[in-house]
Design a protein around this ligand. Sequence first.
Ligand SMILES: Cc1ncc(COP(=O)(O)O)c(C=O)c1O
Length: 341
Amino acid sequence: MSKNVSIDWSKLGFGYYKTDLRYVSMWKDGQWDDGKLVEDNMISISEASTALHYGQQCFEGLKAYRTPSGDIQLFRPDENAKRLNRSCRRVLMPEMPIEKFINACVDVVKANEHFVPPYGTGASLYLRPYVIGVGHNLGVRPAPEFMFGIFCVPVGPYFKGGMAPVNFTIADMDRAAPYGTGAAKVGGNYAGSLLPHREAVNKGFADCIYLDPMTHTKIEEVGAANFFGITADGKFVTPKSPSILPSITKYSLMHLAENYLGLSVEERDCRVDALDEFVEAGACGTAAVITPIGGIEVNGKLHVFHSETEVGPVTKKLYETLVGIQFGEIEGPDGWVYKVK
Ligand SMILES: Cc1ncc(COP(=O)(O)O)c(C=O)c1O
């Protein structure tokens, strides 16, 4: 490591921390500039930017991991680049070439190498890429200019004392409209989730589960994570819907379930009145990898899956396999890890 930083890695949570350098590239007159690393963590943009008024923006989240040998690797950054571009297309923003996206991630990690937590702490370096519409503009139309940025923050493991199940309740609000922007990682989806999240927490739950916006009978998302259930006969089942954000963690788990654990995998409806079909359930995403679901409150009754206190065996195995690949302890499928150093 080039510099020393005085961070207590074991105390890291998921909060903002100013690291040394961030990447910025501007789009103007039909093209992105070369981009550069900058020290300033403040942005100066037009007060009339579309990102501020019309939510013309999107973002991503991925992590860099320190391996046992001290190397650093990213997990499937090409998938984040592709999803960013799908989000950009949905809200009429220019796409970022995949190679440029990955190179920018690498530049940011290398420039902040001393903030990549040591192997064995369970902590990692979180990268936050984003595209925002900027420039002077008043009407509802695409911005004249765009900004692409990536900053990074060291973050702790989601579960400090090991994985533990948590309970969820069903939201009575929707996070996405049918045929809306649910499959894009755009800020508006998250603004709309703040209130139902707070209401769930006030009722004593970790977060809320969103049902399909058309019929309110099928599970879509678990807070800002995808849902999966494990059936008694060994199937990994996860909802299929155009208003779910396609989770990179979820598609990775589906591959591992099938190819490493020998489960069969189904993407299909998960009805909230048929939760009995699952003996284990979980939420998955970059932040926690897997959050085991103890129970779900439906119409005032808590439906418990495996246990409210113990993690189910399949959930545990899936978690250990994926985390093992991310930290370089287990050989992953070709192309999943991208060596930074
Ligand atoms: C709404 C939502 N669903 C699911 C996920 C999980 O996606 P991933 O596994 O790519 O982090 C996220 C996080 O990005 C999210 O914000």
